[in-house]
Ligand binder design. Structure first.
Ligand code: DAH
Length: 337
């Protein structure tokens, strides 16, 4: 029996140290219920009482030796698996990362916000109005009579007789004055729509920024001072402004306003087409009819208003010569800002 136990020990240990062997199988083969060692231990009862203690001790030794060898081998296996995983999952945190492409504001958004900042700095707040508008606000209340060319369906997208896509941000003036009593000092940037054919300078969708100030004693000089301050902050300290008489139904008097060319300073260049001046907006003193249409007494209050095209400002600002570029979403263009 002694030899048998030693043989089992040698066989088991040899198998366990064989890297190719499956130790679980080895365990079952030697220590399992029907395992070789288990069978020997079961036969222990047949030994004489004198032999039993020594054999029992040896059998236990063999069992412990096999168990330890298995445990060791399992531990080593685990360690190796862990080392392998660590190696495989190694992460060099000092490696430069995969570059992420960052987006940025659209040039029109950037220019619009710059414009907003200038007016907010002068105490204006921002008002909003709907893009789907009533004929009343877009035209009627602004003193634009039935037969005015601006109402021509050639220019305006009508949804029904009374509802249209606003062709200007001026209706926001009316909406604000209906709700708010003077003093009023707002700007209102937003999209406007006209059924113009798309070309380098026309887009059926573009953006305007309206301005409106109503209070006691507001005069044309307030309008001039406000626009001059805006022009200097937006285009540079040396910028000058020029008023040219014009006609708008909702202002009296009305003017078109130019700024000295910020590319050439007024000498004449490609940006200003040799003029030295660039037209940027329409403005004037709010027509008394418009004030009274909104329930504001023109005998007590006066105001000024202006409206400018945001694309126009952006085009001049960045030297862009085609309005379509703003709306084509071509990254080769947008990536330049
Ligand atoms: N709404 C006018 C347009 O789209 C621009 C304009 C002119 C707005 C004079 C005004 C203004 O507020 O006073 O052509």
């Amino acid at each position: 029996m002694k030899e048998l136990l030693e043989k089992i020990r040698a066989a088991a240990l040899a198998e366990i140290s064989d890297a190719a062997a499956d130790v679980e199988q080895t365990r079952v083969r030697f220590l399992g219920k029907k395992g070789e060692l288990t069978t020997v231990l079961r036969g222990m009862g047949a030994l004489s009482p004198e032999d039993r203690p020594a054999m029992g001790q040896l059998a236990n030794e063999v069992r412990t030796a096999i168990e330890n060898a298995i445990a060791e081998r399992m531990a080593r296996q685990k360690e190796r698996a862990l080392a392998h995983r660590l190696e495989k999952e190694k992460l060099d945190v000092t490696m430069p990362g995969t570059p992420v492409r960052m987006g940025h504001q659209h040039p029109l958004t950037r220019v619009r916000r710059e414009m907003e900042d200038v007016f907010i700095g002068m105490g204006f707040s921002i008002a909003e109005g709907p893009e789907v508008e009533y004929d009343y606000y877009n035209f009627q209340a602004l003193n634009i009579p039935e037969n005015h060319p601006a109402r021509d369906t050639q220019d305006t997208f009508y949804i029904s007789d009374k509802i249209l896509l606003r062709s200007q941000t001026s209706p926001v003036q009316v909406r604000v004055m209906e709700k708010q009593k003077p003093p009023i000092r707002i700007i209102s940037p937003g999209r406007v729509y006209r059924s113009d054919a798309l070309d380098a300078t026309h887009s059926p969708l573009f953006q305007q920024m309206e301005g409106l100030v109503v209070d006691k004693g507001i005069t044309m000089s307030d309008l001039k001072g406000t626009l001059e301050t805006f022009a200097k902050q937006m285009f540079g300290e040396e910028t000058k402004i020029r008023f040219r008489p014009h006609h708008f139904p909702f202002t009296e008097p009305s003017a078109e306003v130019d700024v000295s060319c910020f590319a050439c300073g007024g000498k004449g260049c490609r940006v200003c087409k040799g003029e030295g001046w660039i037209e940027i907006l329409g403005a004037g003193m709010v027509h008394p009819f418009v004030l009274s249409n909104c329930g504001i007494d023109p005998e007590v209050y006066s105001g000024f208003a202006f409206g400018m095209g945001i694309e126009r400002v952006a085009m001049k600002h960045y030297g862009i010569d085609d309005i379509r570029l703003f709306y084509e979403n071509d990254e080769r263009f947008l990536g330049q800002f």
